[in-house]
Design a protein around this ligand. Structure first.
Ligand code: SAM
Ligand code: SF4
Length: 333
């Protein structure tokens, strides 16, 4: 791991040397990973959630959301589009919706694996270890569980009583079970300062993650943080760049929250060290209801439009969309 110091990271986050930061991150992305950008098709199969994260529009107390759950058939139908779209990974994501039980999720993973040659990433939140083990046995390849922030006080305030040790423990267990693991942070959560973010960058890097997802906080009007300011875009790009410099081989997405705050957000992240994009392939009838923040999935009414738009962005950056499963290079070598 690169040995950047906390003070150095703080200075760079505050814009001490953007020219160095962005060009170094781009160089490292190119020399470690080449010009391929991996596509991950995200199926947001349920927006029900038992949790009350202060930042998220899907939080349980928000009665203004039109809630939905996709059936197994609907999930499989959406997944069947992946080969045609040239996408090598499906990400199954939902709120923490425990009405989808262990066996049911397991059946979905097995059916996907028997029908398509794709990697399966799960992003289902906090579940039991026996569930994680079973899904891994059914063929799941990766699990994404964001820490959001390592600052104990802020974490507990934002995730309403959830404790950081539990989230971290789950990540360690997932790694032991053989998953590629991903985590990340929300940049600019209300109460986050430069020091907290710099500590988050170092702490995420120490975990030696296979994927690291960071994007700015986007306020949702129907949450307790609805009147707060969004996370700063430049700070978000700098965070992507710093993570790339410290983690040359990690898969780092250009997240959709960047694009919600700026139409150029994904392209700028790809020029700052990101090497993954995650278009939503959620079916047309429900995609606009996955409102973790305003603007999510509303630019495109159809999955196909969104996939075409991200391909165009990749080419515009001089990069090449890849249909491979895109495992972390560290694990391939
Ligand atoms: N429920 C699962 C969980 O929390 O891990 C997965 C789904 S959750 C919607 C996926 C991610 O959305 C969270 O990890 C969080 O980082 C992000 N998110 C939620 N609300 C957000 C907001 N207002 N701004 C930026 N990111 C947000
Ligand atoms: Fe639920 Fe995840 Fe949103 Fe928290 S971030 S409220 S767990 S969907």
């Amino acid at each position: 791991m690169n040995t950047m110091l906390l003070a150095e990271i703080e200075d760079l986050l505050e814009g001490a040397d953007d020219r160095f930061l962005f060009s170094r991150a781009d160089e490292i992305r190119k020399s470690s990973l080449g010009d391929c950008v991996y596509l991950r098709g995200v199926i947001e199969f349920s927006n029900h959630c038992v949790k009350k994260c202060a930042y998220c529009g899907l939080r349980n107390p928000n009665s203004a959301v039109r809630r939905y759950r996709l059936t197994k058939e609907e999930i499989l139908k959406a997944t069947a589009l992946l080969p045609e779209f040239g996408i090598g990974t499906v990400v199954l994501q939902s709120g923490d919706d425990y009405s989808y039980g262990k066996e049911f999720i397991g059946q979905i993973i097995q059916e996907i694996k028997s029908r398509c040659d794709v990697a399966v990433t799960l992003s289902l939140g906090d579940r039991r270890e026996d569930e994680y083990r079973y899904w891994r046995d059914c063929g799941a390849d990766r699990y994404l569980l964001k820490i959001e922030t390592f600052d104990k006080g802020l974490h507990e305030k934002m995730r309403s009583g959830q404790i950081i040790e539990d989230r971290l423990d789950r990540l360690y267990r997932l790694r032991k079970l053989g998953y590629e693991i991903g985590s990340g942070a929300i940049v600019g959560l209300p109460g986050m300062d430069t020091n907290i973010l710099a500590v988050d960058i170092l702490a995420l890097s120490r975990l030696e993650l296979d994927m690291i997802a960071v994007g700015p906080f986007v306020p949702h009007p129907d949450t307790p943080l609805g009147k707060e300011l969004p996370g700063d875009l430049m700070t978000s790009y700098r965070t992507v760049a710093l993570l790339r410099i410290i983690n040359p081989c990690a898969n780092i997405p250009a997240t959709s929250s960047l694009a919600v705050l700026n139409p150029e957000g994904k392209a700028t992240a790809l020029r700052s060290g990101a090497n993954v994009v995650m278009p939503s392939i959620t079916p047309e009838a429900v995609r606009a209801c996955y409102t973790i923040y305003p603007g999510k999935n509303t630019n495109f009414s159809k999955a196909r439009e969104e996939v075409e738009a991200v391909r165009a962005i990749i080419y515009q950056c001089g990069l090449v969309p890849s249909s491979s499963k895109g495992f972390c290079q560290r694990n391939e070598s």
